[in-house]
Design a protein. Sequence first.
Length: 191
Amino acid sequence: MKNIAVFASGTGTNFVAIYHAIKKHELNANLALFFSDKKMSKALKHAKMLGLNAIGFELKEFPDKASFEKQVIKHLNEAHIDLIVLAGYMKIIGPTLLEAYEGKIINIHPSLLPAYRGKDAIIRQHRDRISPVGISIHYVDCGVDTGKIIYQHPIPITYPTTLEHVEETIHHIEHQYYKIIINQILKEMTS
C-alpha cells in the first residue's frame, strides 16, 4: 500500500473526505503524514484529534522558503511518502520541494482550469455568474494552478443562486472525485 501525505492550510474538508475514504476502503492508501503550514488551522487540529502523524509549522519560522521546504522534505522522507496530495493548501510549492517530489504532487482546484486560477476561485465564478463551474485535479508545477491537468468535471449552475450553494456543490463533487483520481495515480505507480 502506498503512503500519501495530505497538505492543508484551512478547514480541511477535502482532507477529512480523504481520511474517511481510506477508513471506508474507498481509497487504497496509507495516510502516513498530514502537514499544515498554519499551526492553528482547523485541519491540523482535526488531524491530531484523529491520531494521525500530523505536523504544522510556518514559513515565518525559517530564514527562507528553501529552509522551510527542506524541513517539510525531512518529514516526507521519514514517512516514506509516495504521493503528496494538496487539499486546500494555500502556499505555492517552491523549487526545493518540487525537485524532491517531481511528478508526485497533485492538487484539486475549484474551477475548470485554466479559468479562475489562484485564490477565491469560487467567489470569483459566483460573482461572474459562470456556468458550468467545476473542478480540476492537476499535477503541481512552479506556477499557480498551471500544472498538467489529470481530470476535470464540469458542474452546471443555475442563477440566481447563493455563493454557499455553489461552494457546497463544488465541494460535494471534489469529495466524490479526488479519491477516485488518487486511487488511479497510486495504481499507476505500482504497475
